[in-house]
Write a protein that binds this ligand. Structure first.
Ligand SMILES: [Zn+2]
Length: 346
């Protein structure tokens, strides 16, 4: 039977927490040991080239957990909690993975109970964008330390957008993750931003994820470059001749350097991401929007044109326009998010 989670307050002053990261694509599986301030002390990683089924991932998790919880690492107490950031649909209140889109065997998998039993400590699971959002609020781009110095108070409404292989969003309101009615709030990758646009991983068309995810950007660049020798030559230069391994950030760099095809792709990203963010701003009125994931690594080349769009919304929003910033935790946002989840009182 599924029941609501209650882990109570974390009152200990000594001990450790564990963070677990599971990605839907297999690209990132990791387990981290952290102290009670959230500092990661040790991390094990197992990347997979293929799409993971439940058994494969659980076996890898077991291996990594054994490595991370080796007795010599636990000289300052015991493990108190586990937090898990999952790259799929999660019912956070029940601790159940609803689906992991590219993987088999995960539908309605009770991962929270499984890990709680395996480690004999309370476990908290959530979607990876939600976990990353919380990490950015507590120790990243929207943390009090980062916001100090400016005239701004701590942000009450923070949106994190993970622009990775897919696109996920996490919303933190007054310090808490906002889950919505069915735990799917923030699934902004499936907002339709282009009529008759390209097909999305979910089967829909013209969704943001099909236009602005790292996979969409690099795939479009590789496909188009076949017809444009100059672009292909530029790609070879930045990738060491492995053009198929070009990153989204490199596409932004080529656009900034004047490549016509890259510029076309980047203009499209700004258009469709701009449409999505403008619509979100009118609905939730965030103080700050944090861009993470591989596409987020493009930094100001991504952010500056989007910021300009949001500065010029018509009709204007009240007060200062929302600020767009780059994720501080970068590629580690999900695992730091998992650790942050473990340190929550729920
Ligand atoms: Zn979709």
């Amino acid at each position: 039977m599924e029941r609501q989670r209650t882990t109570g307050k974390l009152l200990a002053t000594q001990g450790y927490v564990i963070g677990v990261e599971i990605s839907g694509s297999g690209a990132r599986q990791s387990v981290a040991l952290a102290d009670l301030n959230g500092n990661i002390l040790y991390q094990a990683r197992r990347s997979l080239e293929h799409v993971p089924d439940t058994e494969t991932v659980l076996r890898l998790l077991d291996e990594m957990l054994a490595e991370v919880t080796a007795p010599e690492r636990l000289c300052d107490g015991r493990i108190l909690r586990t937090g898990v950031a999952v790259g799929g649909l999660v019912d956070a209140s029940l601790g159940v993975v609803r689906t992991l889109r590219h993987a088999h065997g995960w539908d309605n998998f009770p991962l929270q109970d499984y890990l709680a039993e395996r480690l004999d400590v309370p476990c908290i699971i959530d979607n990876n964008a939600n976990a990353a959002a919380l990490a950015e609020v507590q120790s990243g781009a929207a943390s009090p330390a980062e916001l100090e110095g400016g005239a701004r108070r701590a942000e009450r409404v923070v949106l994190y957008v993970g622009l990775g292989r897919g696109i996920g969003g996490g919303l933190v309101v007054n310090g808490k993750i906002y889950h919505g009615t069915t735990s799917t709030a923030g699934e902004i990758g499936h907002m339709q931003v282009k009529e008759n646009g390209p097909e999305c991983s979910c089967g829909g068309f013209g969704h943001l994820e099909a236009l602005a995810s790292a996979q969409a950007i690099t795939r479009t660049m590789v496909d188009l470059s076949v017809e444009y020798p100059e672009t292909e030559a530029a790609m070879r230069r930045v990738t060491g001749s492995q053009t198929e391994r070009i990153t989204a950030a490199q596409v932004f760099q080529l656009a900034a350097a004047g490549d016509a095809i890259a510029k076309r792709i980047v203009t499209d990203i700004h258009t469709y991401l701009g449409v999505a963010l403008a619509n979100i701003v009118y609905l939730i009125d965030p103080g700050i929007i944090i861009l993470g994931g591989q596409v987020g690594q493009a930094g100001e080349l991504l952010i500056a044109p989007l910021q300009e769009r949001l500065n010029n919304l018509r009709p204007p929003t009240v007060g200062q326009p929302v600020r767009i910033v780059q994720s501080k935790h970068g590629a580690e946002a999900n695992i730091v998010g998992a650790v942050t989840l473990a340190l929550q009182d729920v």
